[in-house]
Design a protein around this ligand. Sequence first.
Ligand code: SAH
Length: 244
Amino acid sequence: MPKYFINEPSDKAEGQLLQLEGDTAYHLIKVLRVRIGEEVILCDGKETDYYCIVESIDSLTLTCLILSKHQCETEPKCKISLFQAMPKADKFEWVIQKSIELGVYEIIPIYTDHSIKKNANVERFQKIAESAAGQSMRGIIPKVHYPTSWEGVKYQTKFKYSIVAHEKEDLKTIKSVMNSPLKNNKLQDQVALWIGPEGGFSKNEITLMEEYEFQLVTLGPRILRSETAAIAAIAKILMETEGT
Ligand code: SAH
């Protein structure tokens, strides 16, 4: 059953109608060619799923009848904020898609000493995020932020762990870091994951990250491409927090 996100308030009930217009309706009508009587899942982006049946199609408006309402159970308990050094656009789009499939909470593209500095089409990135979120049955659309200098976000304190994938680290792993005693138990569920660009983080950046007590970790003895590193690290974090 296809899943789409809607901008409706979350207080609709069984038996009520939901009307879709714009991009989503266009996609359902013209691309998927849904028919009256077919079932779709419409999500409010706040972890409420409406299981619906298409009731009428009127040029570019789709009216759906809510059959039942469910709490979406697919969101990971651990919120992973991916701080990804800006790679080339197509690679970044790949990271958005795959990291959202795995369950990342938000993506913050960062400029670092060795990363590409250029304008990014954040609107396009957010569309890719929405379609990946629908495809993988997420309960939210993860936000893709405007690219920013990593210095601008370094002091964020909402995270229980700030984990930096660093190819020169050979001792600490995601598993060892996440199993060590915690300093701040209140921040249960928030992890910052920092992934460097093709040229890696600079020496200066690594020194600063150590000063901020970020945890440098290895992802194994082989050097991964930046985008592979992001996906591997997310999977490892989820293994520690969700067990799958
Ligand atoms: N140019 C560097 C490699 C950078 S790899 C070199 O040749 O040494 C790009 C990014 O992916 C790194 O900044 C790091 O965040 C991550 N990465 C790749 N392989 C890794 C590994 N084995 N362990 C930890 N991080 C890794």
